[in-house]
Design a protein around this ligand. Sequence first.
Ligand code: FES
Length: 146
Amino acid sequence: MNFSEQRRRFLKKLFHPFTFLGAVAAYITGKFAESGRVKSKRVIYDLSDSHLKMGEVKDLGKVFLIRDEEGLFALKAKCTHLGCKPIWNGKLFHCPCHGSEFDLEGDVVHGPAKRHLEALLIKKSGDKLIIFPDRPAPFSQRVKVD
Ligand code: FES
């Protein structure tokens, strides 16, 4: 079998209807699996277990939960410079990699980071707070708590 015949057979298989349907099925399955992963990435915080005080920061792994006068909000625990995890030192979020610092609201105090920490979507459901680490939210979003 010469090269052009091999190529013709390959293209014939590639554009065969079953190959096409298989590719569509794989794409759809992948999309469902992807949306399942997004769901599993949610961070659940039980409001009945602990109450955050004004100005307090709770490190929940990939997110920070913060309380201010207006309520609770979440910031992504990922420095906007190169992605290291900042550490809350009681006054600022300090990035151990290159020294960027962010205030309680995630605004840059010292670079090299140029962008504020990303605010995240949060929703209250009964006594639970659901935080979506992959879904940005307007910074003004707050969840009211007692
Ligand atoms: S990754 Fe945070 S300052 Fe560079």
